[in-house]
Design a protein around this ligand. Structure first.
Ligand code: UD1
Length: 428
């Protein structure tokens, strides 16, 4: 298995191109199941999770065409064409779904278009129990009959889905996306309340509108959908990855360098910009790029709480913890979205960090310096927090199980090395 080897202590300086958003691209790809015409997606990232979704769709019988490459530090017009015509299967099998939890996103669109779908119960990052009850309950409210049998979700709506008023009991990105995709082909009007406001949900809604859906309230927590009997193909461009952007912003801050982040969007990053600002990191916009650097030599400890968008993203929690581990004073980080999302803590402590977890909060007492160590990556964002810590640490850091990183970060070592990091991937 590959390892990432880092010799830390070098400030990063340069430009990093930001890829298309993984979490936006995955539901957009599933949306191809809503029509027999071609859905063309520009700017999808080159990532293992995207390949897994492409494999799953191909397994169902979707024609998947991938053009263009991303290389030379810039996106080079990669385009994904998805056509769900002909004989489309109804079953998403375990060996594909277990690789990635977002596979469950094929459930809503397949059920809405074909009147039945079977999807294995999902796997994905080991960050808590992560049930799918909110998805299933909302589909039931749209008239689906759902059973769980032999590890599969079996959903049927022989006469089609029917519009309903649905209030999600808690905010879920995936459930909002799944149900939105089901509702666009349901008969009549669907009102969805307490919808996740993450930019990835809005991106999906905009794409569905481009495919002929009628959706009001995009960007708010209440969506009104007037169902259509069919949708058509569309050309759509995936939004930039706000988590990749935030991660490289932390890379600039933790190494005391200055990075220019290209092809991203500052308006998706308000809470991250605000949080970094409180810690002493300046994030500004210049000529369409995002510039990040420390305002002072040292950083300040701060308190951070993860929340649904527009709050601070749980997907940035591990990265901000690496940063606060080398800031002055104490910080408290509270995780409100996922249980068991502190798996990076023991690894950061092995590098000399001083972090104590109490329930859903972690107290981080800043230390002057981290030191390199042999580490084990556990989940996607935990892995990248170890890369960030390694960039700042004294000596050599070796990170094992890097396949987690490849699920969410395109060419991570290349992008960092181009800005002066001493980082390489070695085959294990
Ligand atoms: C998505 C993102 C993930 C991010 C998360 C929160 C994708 C592919 N993944 O995951 O990177 O960390 O949003 O921003 O977009 N829950 C239930 N029942 C359900 C569904 C969710 O209890 O049926 C709970 C989860 O266990 C979790 C919380 O709701 O505690 C939020 O999860 P959710 O927003 O659904 O996350 P995902 O869509 O899985």
């Amino acid at each position: 298995m590959d390892q990432i080897v880092i010799r830390g202590g070098r400030p990063l300086n340069g430009t990093i191109p930001i890829a298309g958003s993984k979490n936006a691209a995955l539901p957009l790809m599933a949306a191809c199941l809503l029509t027999d015409e071609t859905l063309t997606l520009a700017n999808p990232p080159h990532l293992a999770d995207i390949s897994t979704m492409a494999d799953l769709l191909a397994e169902l019988g979707v024609t998947v065409d991938m053009d263009g490459v991303s290389g030379n530090g810039e996106q080079a017009g990669r385009v994904l064409r998805l056509t769900a015509d002909g004989d489309i299967g109804r079953t998403a099998p375990y060996d594909l779904v277990r690789r990635m939890r977002a596979s469950v996103l094929v459930l809503g669109p397949a059920l809405a278009r074909f009147g039945e779908a079977r999807v294995s119960l999902p796997g994905g990052c080991a960050i808590g129990t992560r049930p799918v009850d909110l998805h299933l309950e909302a589909l039931r409210q749209l008239g689906a009959e759902i059973e769980l049998e032999e590890g599969y979700i079996s959903a049927k709506a022989p006469d089609g889905l029917a519009g309903a008023h649905i209030t999600f009991p808690s905010v879920s990105v995936g459930a909002s996306e799944n149900i939105l995709m089901a509702a666009v082909l349901a008969e009549g009007e669907t009102q969805l309340a307490n919808v996740a406001r993450e930019p990835e949900v809005s991106d999906l809604a905009h794409c569905l509108v481009a495919m002929g859906a009628e959706i009001d309230g995009i960007g708010t927590d209440t969506l009104v959908v007037r169902g259509r009997t069919s949708l058509h193909g569309a050309d759509y461009s995936v939004i930039p990855d706000r988590i990749e952007t935030g991660t490289y912003a932390v890379a600039a801050a933790i190494t005391g360098g200055e990075l220019r982040l290209r092809n991203s969007r500052m308006d998706f990053l308000d809470s991250v910009v605000d949080t970094l600002g409180r810690a002493g990191v300046s994030v500004t916009e210049a000529d369409g790029d995002i510039l990040v650097k420390r305002t002072d030599n040292r950083l300040d400890g701060i308190d951070v709480m993860t929340e649904p968008y527009p709050g601070f993203p749980t997907d940035m929690q591990a990265q901000i913890m690496a940063l606060l581990a080398v800031s002055d004073g104490a910080s408290m980080i509270t995780e409100t979205i996922f249980e068991n999302r502190f798996m990076h803590v023991p690894e950061l402590n092995r590098m000399g960090a001083d972090i104590n977890v109490h329930g859903s909060s972690a107290i981080v007492r800043g230390v002057p310096e981290l030191s390199g160590a042999h580490l084990m990556a556990t989940d996607l964002r935990a892995s990248v927090s170890l890369v960030l810590a390694g960039l700042a640490a004294k000596g050599e850091t070796v990170i094992n199980r890097v396949y987690h990183l490849d699920r969410g970060y395109e060419r991570v070592e290349e992008k960092l090395a181009a800005c002066g990091a001493e980082i390489s991937r070695v085959g294990g």
